[in-house]
Structure formats: C-alpha cells, structure tokens
Design a protein around this ligand. Structure first.
Ligand SMILES: [Zn+2]
Ligand SMILES: [Zn+2]
Length: 279
C-alpha cells in the first residue's frame, strides 16, 4: 500500500484528490498546522465533506494523521505537558470523527531532564490520553526517531517500554521511519542489514505492532542522529532496502508513506521509483 504525505490546503477533502493525483493508495495528512499551537477547528460540514470524498474514492484505502510538531508529551515542564495533552486529545477526537484509525506521533523530548524522566512523563501522558479517549478505537502509532538532541524513541527499547508500561497496550502501534532508524544507528543498506534490523525490531517490539512505514531516504549519515530526508534511492540508504520493503510479504498490507522533500514537484517521481521496484 504505497502513498505519500499530502496537503490539506483548500480543505481536508482535497487530501483525497491530492493523493489520487500522485497515484497513492494510502495518504498521510496533518489536521492542524504542524508549526502552530493555534489553528482553526473544522466545521461538521468540512468533516462530512472529507468523509464523503474518502468513501467515494476507490483508490485511497487508508488515511493516517500525523501529530503536529509542537506537542511534547514527554516534557518535564507542567505547562507544556498540559498544553500538549490538550492538543493531542483534540486531535484524537478529530481523527475519530474523520473515520481514521491511526494517529502517528514522535515520542517527544526530555529537554534535559534525562531519558528515564522523559519516558516516565510520556508513559503517563499516553495513559491519560488513551483513558480520556476510551470511546474511540484510534490507535497511536509511536514513530521511530533519529534521536536528534534530547529526543526519545531512537532505540526500539523506548517503544517497548511505552507498550509495557501502558494500561492500554492494544491501542499502541508503531510507525517505522527508514530515515530515522538509519540515522539512529540501525543499518538497512544491505540485505543482511535489513534482515538484522527487522529481526531486532521483531525481538524488541514485535512485527505485529508495525502499522505504518515512512519511506524516506536519508541525507543524514548512518548513526548521525540527524533527521534529514532525501529522495528515494538518492541518499545514504540507497535503493536496496526500499526494494526489499515493497516486496516483503510481511508488509504487503502495511501503508508505506513517503515524506520526501518537494512534495508538489517530486512525490509523483518518488512513488514511481517505488512502484518500479515491485517484482
Ligand atoms: Zn516520519
Ligand atoms: Zn524525519
């Protein structure tokens, strides 16, 4: 299930036609401005319009929402934590109204408080949110991160800990980002590396938790802990793991979303590269 992160500009419903234009069968969207705390809420009419557009599309099978960049559910600062939880809860409610199942989020940053404290805050935030939205079946997909700065989630063990510590583990899944994992020091470049990394993921987290991929090549170096995406096959990861991924029967039903640069000009081309790798 190949697709891309697409824009909702001009209305939520436009994401469906944007995805169709690129030949996607899955799309990812933001439902709030990712770089601003304040953004307008949607009317029931706008929500209905999106649902109608999706229902009448026979091309788009899955829609995933990505959390805004500002929330930090691991923050040691009570005001930021509170604000993040409120915004995140509003997003879960909206995702539910849109008939979407998956909301992707990064694990957040401990901002100097240390990893154990950050993971503890995050774990409490997740329980708070899952409890507050018990009436929905929205799943939170914890995204593997590059581990830039004080960011959590650059080792699979962080994700395992969140699942183990949760009162609602059945609502936690994982989004595996190829660029982030590579930058975090899990190699993917050869077939052996690929097998080793997914074996490791399976041991620590479990492949059944894997509900989405972000397919991005890396401008950043291996193990650099720097998050810079590159066009498929043109970065430091190279084409091999992408070929393995799109042909791996274990992942045939898992949405694979590109978040590569220059979406308007390049999404079509990056998706074509992936399509052509299919055997
Ligand atoms: Zn990603
Ligand atoms: Zn990234």
């Amino acid at each position: 299930m190949l697709g891309a992160h697409v824009s909702i500009s001009g209305g939520l419903h436009n994401s469906i036609s944007n995805g169709e234009k690129f030949g996607c069968s899955a799309i990812q969207i933001f439902v709030k401005n990712p770089n601003r705390w304040q953004s307008k809420s949607f009317t029931q009419e706008e929500i209905d319009r999106f649902c109608q557009a999706w229902t009448s599309s026979d091309q788009i099978k899955e829609v995933i929402v990505h959390d805004i960049h500002l929330t930090n559910l691991a923050s040691p600062k009570p005001d930021i934590l509170e604000k993040s939880r409120q915004h995140f809860q509003a997003q879960i409610d909206l995702v539910c109204q849109l008939g979407i199942k998956y909301l992707v989020k990064h694990l957040g940053s401990h901002t100097g408080a240390g990893e154990p404290a950050g993971l503890e805050n995050l774990s409490q935030s997740l329980d708070f949110l899952l409890e507050a939205t018990q009436q929905t079946d929205v799943m939170l997909l914890l995204e593997t991160t590059a581990g830039q700065g004080a960011n959590l989630g650059y080792v699979f063990e962080h994700i395992r800990q969140m699942i183990d510590d949760s009162k609602y583990p059945e609502r936690l899944g994982v989004c595996f980002d190829t660029c982030h994992v590579f930058a975090a020091g899990y190699d993917l470049r050869t077939e052996d590396d690929y097998q080793r990394t997914f074996d490791r993921f399976d041991q620590v987290v479990g492949l059944d938790r894997l509900r989405a991929f972000h397919l991005n090549d890396a401008k950043s170096e291996f193990n650099s802990r720097v998050d810079r995406h590159e066009h498929i096959g043109q970065g430091n990861i190279g084409i091999t793991p992408f070929q393995l991924l799109v042909n791996d029967p274990r992942f045939s039903a898992v949405p694979m979303i590109i978040e590569t640069p220059q979406m308007d000009e390049m999404h079509g081309q990056n998706l074509q590269v992936l399509q052509e790798l299919r055997r």
